[in-house]
Design a protein around this ligand. Structure first.
Ligand SMILES: Cc1cc2nc3c(=O)[nH]c(=O)nc-3n(C[C@H](O)[C@H](O)[C@H](O)COP(=O)(O)OP(=O)(O)OC[C@H]3O[C@@H](n4cnc5c(N)ncnc54)[C@H](O)[C@@H]3O)c2cc1C
Length: 387
């Protein structure tokens, strides 16, 4: 959507295809990072954006093995907004698509599911899609695969994908929220498990991180034991954890980290999770996907206004975005091994060494803030006239 918005803003004719009828998906994460907020400022949308319901988090805190650790301090970031805005991603996407629709060259087709690529002489020239009204062929100078971690575009293009393995999975569920509940917290960690609570107004969106493949064992122990696990992390949920009275209310999300060797071929470019699936660790996948979109528009908009782009042009996008992606994925693998699975210490209630350092030296909290809030090589919007 961000790539579509930016390209349409630059005068490129864009069609965004979305397979669902709306954006109300639970499994996206809710974090709008300072770098994305900076981008909204650069686009002149920030004031209106901040009028949407959201929470502003200036410091991320975690409860690790029972101890509260301030993990990231955003207040010193060199950005206009020194906070993460928590906003359900469907609100963000509705906001962005609402503005994109103001550009005459932008179209959004909902309930339009890409099922294949259209090829001509080994060049991608469009996509075939399924709609409630039948099949649709959309021809384009460039197809951007931004269809997430189960990308059909990536599969049909035959790209080679490298898997990095993730020792965790996530259980995703809702528990109602009460007025006197504590303020939003980053998460509660304990010995290979992590509970994250996202404030969605009248309910908590709960992400319960478990060791990979551990869901069957959790199910075998029974629902009351699982409810008990939740209460052990967040005692204030004791009076309503029984809302989780059926396993159908608890969805298993398999976490993966992978990256394509080539993100592009003639007529096609993959960005976001389609090019590099991200783990929820650090809550940075949305930011990275948006940064890819900005780099894509900055590098290609001018050329796309005239016609097709070459594969060399597309490789420039990969060249620009690949090292930030490698760095962040490397850090996610590190977080999985050292923090989430808690292999750093034999003592039951001790903090991993890295977190002890962050707790003792407040200045160190600025590093995770930069990593989460900005990411390496934050992209800035360049208007078509300055491209
Ligand atoms: C459990 C979990 C929690 C996470 N939490 C966070 C978080 O808090 N913060 C964070 O920054 N990151 C988080 N992430 C990572 C983040 O969700 C991704 O990195 C990010 O959403 C990638 O954005 P994207 O636009 O590339 O893909 P997506 O957000 O997956 O969007 C892909 C879009 O394409 C559509 N689509 C898919 N297939 C087709 C098709 N064939 N035709 C048409 N449309 C299609 C989908 O409906 C969707 O709208 C989390 C990941 C997981 C697994």
């Amino acid at each position: 959507m961000m790539a579509g918005y930016l390209l349409a803003r630059a005068g490129v004719s864009v069609v965004v295809l979305e397979k669902h009828a709306d954006f109300n998906r639970d499994f996206r994460g809710d974090t709008i990072h300072p770098s994305t907020l900076e981008l909204m400022y650069e686009l002149g949308l920030l004031d209106e954006f901040l009028k949407q319901p959201h929470q502003e988090v200036r410091e991320l805190r975690a409860v690790v093995n029972g101890q509260m650790v301030p993990v990231a301090d955003f207040t010193k970031l060199p950005t206009r907004c020194k906070f993460i805005a928590f906003m359900p991603q469907w609100d963000f996407l509705n906001f962005l698509s609402g503005h994109a629709k103001k550009f005459p060259s932008f179209q959004l087709y909902m309930q339009t599911e890409v099922v294949d690529l259209l090829m001509e002489n080994d060049r991608v020239v469009g996509v075939r899609a399924k709609t409630p009204r039948g099949e649709l062929n959309v021809h384009a100078d460039l197809v951007i695969g931004a269809d997430g971690r189960h990308s059909i575009v990536q599969k049909r293009a035959g790209f080679e994908r490298r898997e990095f393995g993730a020792p965790i999975d996530a259980l995703w569920m809702r528990i109602s929220k009460k007025q006197d509940d504590p303020e939003q917290s980053f998460g509660f960690f304990r010995h290979g498990k992590l509970l994250v609570l996202l404030d969605r107004g009248d309910y908590w969106q709960c992400g319960f991180v478990i060791p990979k493949g551990g869901f069957n064992e959790i199910k075998a122990r029974g629902l009351p034991e699982f409810q008990n696990d939740i209460v052990n992390f967040a005692g204030f949920l004791r009076d309503r954890v029984a809302e989780l009275n059926d396993w159908s209310k608890i969805k298993l999300l398999r976490v993966q980290i992978n990256r394509l060797r080539d993100w592009c071929r003639e007529g096609l470019l993959c960005i976001g999770d389609s090019a590099h699936a991200m783990s929820p660790a650090g809550g940075v996948g949305i930011n990275l996907a948006i940064q890819d979109a900005v780099a894509t528009a900055n590098l290609l908009a001018q050329k796309l206004r005239i016609g097709p782009v070459s594969v060399e042009d597309l490789r420039e996008v990969q060249a620009r975005r690949e090292w930030p992606t490698r760095l962040i994925q490397g850090l996610q693998v590190f977080i999985h091994r050292r923090v989430v699975t808690g292999r750093t210490s034999g003592r039951k209630n001790s903090l991993p060494f890295v977190l002890r350092l962050v707790k003792w030296f407040p200045i160190l909290r600025q590093l995770p803030a930069r990593f989460i809030g900005l990411g390496p090589r934050p992209e800035h919007f360049r208007s078509p006239s300055s491209i």
